[in-house]
Design a protein around this ligand. Structure first.
Ligand code: SF4
Length: 330
């Protein structure tokens, strides 16, 4: 698969009363055309801030995208886009599905109008045609009787149906990249599975690139072909789904895997990750996972680990893989 989007050394801070919160600290990864990249980590690890940076949605101030941060798309650094270029990019090239459909939809506007407005924003068409396209889109995301549903308001839809509407809005202009930011978190488990299935189906039909942002490794297993694990604003490990699920190298990835049930592992005892992530206003000098890591060595506390390679595209940032470390070469 060829590369479509490259995030390179992305650093994003928020200026707060407590000081500069360094939400994203030197994050790099690539998303391939037609593939699914999952960005995984606990709440506050910087994954949603990364998604918002890709969409040009970091409010400045209080946010700040630091110098030497780049996001490459079609040979252009989108972080240098003008307002007009961002408008053309959002929706038509890249769109986002947020977690909270109820908060994202306008409660006073008919669903049909909300989808049709997105179509009108990016396609040269008239209102009638945009309405028809919106109705078609509503059917494609699995909402029955779309003709009638177009005239209803968000409160007349269930949580799962509202999330389907969000997907219809995100896909209305045929973007090449769709960012799904915790798309199923607010839903119950069976509806979550339906939404993931729908995303997978639409992705294969439309050959879209999906960037799935989630705290839940469980939903990633079925969908992602590449996974980036983030912690305290940094990438800890990246690799294919097989690399991460069967050959995880980083203690944080291992801890995440132990915290989710797995169908392929028989009966297991789930282990929550003890402790809390570090303060991002005063991030640690050494490994950010130091305080919670059961393998921590003295060096980890004061020196930031480099990224070690374990095969094409599989990297982990951990001192255990230094040739002189006890667990090196494992
Ligand atoms: Fe643990 Fe050290 Fe590796 Fe960090 S660098 S994950 S503290 S072993």
């Amino acid at each position: 698969m060829s590369e479509l989007l490259r995030v390179e050394n992305l650093r994003v801070s928020y200026h707060t009363y407590a000081g500069e919160a360094q939400a994203v600290r030197g994050v790099s990864f690539t998303a391939d055309e037609g593939g699914t990249l999952a960005v995984v980590g606990e709440s506050g690890c910087g994954k949603s801030v990364t998604a918002r940076a890709i969409m040009g949605l970091i409010p400045v101030p209080p946010g700040e995208i630091k110098e030497d941060s780049h996001i490459w798309y079609e040979g252009k650094d989108i972080l240098t886009f003008s307002k007009k270029e961002w408008q053309a990019f959002r929706g038509a090239e890249c769109s986002i599905i947020f977690q909270d459909a109820l908060a994202s939809l306008n409660p006073t506007m008919k669903i049909g109008k909300q989808i049709a407005e997105t179509v009108l924003l990016h396609h040269e068409t008239d209102k009638m045609q945009a309405w028809r396209e919106a109705e078609g889109m509503l059917g494609k995301v699995g909402i029955s009787d779309p003709e009638k549903r177009m005239h209803q308001y968000p409160h007349e839809f269930s949580g799962g149906m509202r999330q389907r509407v969000m997907i219809a809005i995100a896909l209305a202009c045929g973007p090449r990249i769709v960012i799904a930011d915790e798309p199923t978190t607010a839903l119950d488990v069976t509806i979550q599975a339906d939404i993931i299935e729908l995303l997978k189906k639409l992705q294969s039909e439309r050959h879209m690139t999906v960037i799935l942002i989630t705290h839940d490794l469980g939903i990633v297993a079925d969908m992602a072909d590449k996974i980036v694990v983030m912690y305290a604003g940094e990438v800890m490990e990246e690799g294919t789904d097989t690399d991460l699920f069967y050959h995880a190298k980083h203690p944080y990835t291992e801890a995440l895997l132990k915290a989710v049930p797995r169908l392929d592992m028989g009966v297991q005892e789930l282990a929550p990750i003890e402790g809390t992530p570090p303060d991002i206003v005063h991030p640690p000098e050494g490994c950010p996972f130091y305080e919670r890591c059961s393998h921590a060595m003295r060096l980890c506390g004061y020196r930031r680990p480099p990224a070690y390679e374990f095969g094409e595209g599989h990297r982990a940032r951990c001192w255990l893989y230094h040739p002189l470390a006890e667990r090196g070469g494992e």
